[in-house]
Design a protein around this ligand. Structure first.
Ligand SMILES: C[S@@+](CC[C@H](N)C(=O)[O-])C[C@H]1O[C@@H](n2cnc3c(N)ncnc32)[C@H](O)[C@@H]1O
Length: 260
């Protein structure tokens, strides 16, 4: 996918600096915005994606829509946890303060932020993302987004991001080096209600999770390997997740493999 990077129309100094940083980091062409529309730039430069630096934010435009980092879902989940509610993912992971989590499919980081909040300062969350564009947008957002409360802010800043294929990364990890290894791959059969993640589909790595990756995850995990998928998905059985958890009415389930 040909991607170019540019600034917002105002060419604010922060945007210019950020666009330059991303051009170097991602090794993509930096184009002067020069009042052009994003759609016009896509046509003119035959690009399928345009990364736009807007002050201290990165927005990614594709034909399917706009993507940017925002901790909206995680913010709500963190708020609910603070009010004493249960979070299905954290429950499936049996997550506690001080634990370490390897999130093999970081995406826009909502699950990683919730995990980071629950494990706290004494814990550790590492996020792996195969798409260089998503890793760049999420990695930058986690380090720079100004959250409304300190706990969320600190939880985002603590997450370590790597642009890598999950299996490649897992192979380099020592046995039992993370308490939980987590997978949330692109669902085999997307939920019809999740139209908001449609723009993500064009840039995300949509490959199915492999048995090999799950085998490596079992070696790297001290306690559990957890996978999110649609309720009733055949992926749970194919990949050996015999125990299934999740909300009674939820369209999403969590498969659990205990390795303790
Ligand atoms: C459904 S999204 C994850 C959403 C994420 N849990 C969140 O809360 O925002 C799946 C992400 O995993 C990435 N991905 C898929 N396969 C991968 C792999 N083998 N290694 C690393 N990342 C992968 C995709 O590019 C996509 O960004």
């Amino acid at each position: 996918m040909k991607t170019i990077v540019t600034t917002d129309r105002k060419c604010h100094s922060d945007s210019v600096a950020l666009a330059g940083e991303m051009a170097a980091k991602l090794n993509i062409e930096l184009i002067d915005r020069n009042q052009q529309s994003v759609a016009g730039m896509m046509r003119r430069y035959e690009a399928q994606a345009v990364l736009v630096a807007k002050g201290k934010e990165l927005h990614l435009y594709t034909a399917e829509g706009e993507l940017f980092f925002h901790p909206n879902m995680s913010q709500l989940r963190v708020k609910n946890i603070r009010l004493g509610d249960k979070d299905h993912m954290a429950e499936a992971m049996e997550l506690k303060e001080g634990m370490s989590v390897l999130d093999c499919t970081l995406g826009f980081g909502a699950d990683a932020i919730v995990a980071s909040f629950v494990v706290g300062e004494s814990g550790r969350v590492t996020g792996i993302e195969a798409s260089p564009l998503i890793a760049a947008v999420t990695g930058y957002g986690l380090q720079n987004f100004l959250a409304s409360n300190y706990e969320l802010h600190a939880a985002m800043r603590r997450i370590e991001v790597h642009n890598s294929d999950a299996l490649d990364f897992l192979r380099q990890q020592a046995d039992k080096s993370y308490d939980v290894v987590y997978f949330d791959p692109m669902f085999r059969h997307p939920l019809r209600s999740s139209t908001n993640i449609n723009p993500l589909r064009s840039v995300a790595d949509a490959r199915a999770l492999t048995v090999e990756a799950v085998t490596e995850a079992k070696r790297v995990a001290r306690r559990r390997v957890v996978m999110k998928e649609a309720r009733g998905s055949a992926e749970f059985a194919r990949l050996g997740f015999a125990k299934i958890a999740g909300g009674k009415w939820s369209k999403i389930n969590f498969g659990i493999i205990s390795v303790e």
